[in-house]
Structures are given as structure tokens and as C-alpha cells.
Design a binder for this molecule. Structure first.
Ligand code: FES
Length: 120
């Protein structure tokens, strides 16, 4: 019997296949932020769409809230891991496309990607 720790190259199954984080940051001083651009509605819709598609849970998809992700210039924003793909969205149909194409089928939605140069 061996109690050796896994080596750094041992593959580990991810708890979730994909993780999507939505910035829901609010700035009480009136400064621009994702919450002023429909972030909560997008998050809520994504939660419902992932559930409805049967994608939620271990080994599948997790939808999470986040604070400021420092890409406010593209508000509202979300990011999908493990690919590290950043999106901005306008409405529920954009969220539906991210769910169906990327979260379900692993195809990045190019038209919704945030340009690299957009930060805070
Ligand atoms: S307020 Fe959403 S990324 Fe900064």
C-alpha cells in the first residue's frame, strides 16, 4: 500500500465541467458598474436556463455571482472557465446562446466576446 501524494502531472477530474461567473457589482456612489447594465437579470436568466437544460450540478455547470472582475468597461460581464472566455451581453437571447453553445456544447460565442483591451 502506498500513501504517496499525486504527482503534479496526475490528471484530476474537475468538480464542474464549466463554471460561469457574473459580475454583480454595485457601486453606491453612482459610478458605472455591471449592476447598472442588467447584470442581475442576466445572472438570474442564466441560472434558470442552465437548470432548464439539465446542465446544473456536479460534473456539469455551475453559475456563480462575483464581485467586480475589473473589466467594467465592457459591462455587464461574465467569464467561463476553464477556457477563461469573457463575454458581455445585452439580453436573455445572448445568455441563451452562451448556455446552448458554450456551456452545453463547448463552442465559444465569438460575437459576444469582450475585446482584449477592455479593462476597468
Ligand atoms: S463592475 Fe463589473 S467588472 Fe467591474
Amino acid at each position: 500500500m502506498t500513501n504517496a501524494a499525486p504527482s503534479e502531472t496526475t490528471p484530476v477530474a474537475a468538480y464542474y465541467e464549466r463554471h460561469i461567473f457574473f459580475c454583480l457589482n454595485e457601486r453606491p456612489n453612482g459610478e458605472d458598474c455591471c449592476s447598472l447594465h442588467g447584470a442581475k437579470a442576466g445572472f438570474d436568466h442564466c441560472k434558470r436556463a442552465v437548470q432548464a437544460a439539465g446542465l446544473a450540478g456536479k460534473g456539469q455547470v455551475r453559475v456563480n455571482k462575483a464581485g467586480c472582475l475589473d473589466r467594467c468597461a465592457a459591462a455587464p460581464v461574465c467569464v467561463v472557465y476553464p477556457e477563461g472566455v469573457w463575454y458581455s451581453f445585452i439580453d436573455e437571447s445572448d445568455i441563451d446562446e452562451i448556455v446552448e453553445s458554450h456551456l452545453k456544447n463547448g463552442r465559444i460565442v465569438e460575437r459576444l466576446r469582450i475585446p482584449e483591451h477592455l479593462g476597468r
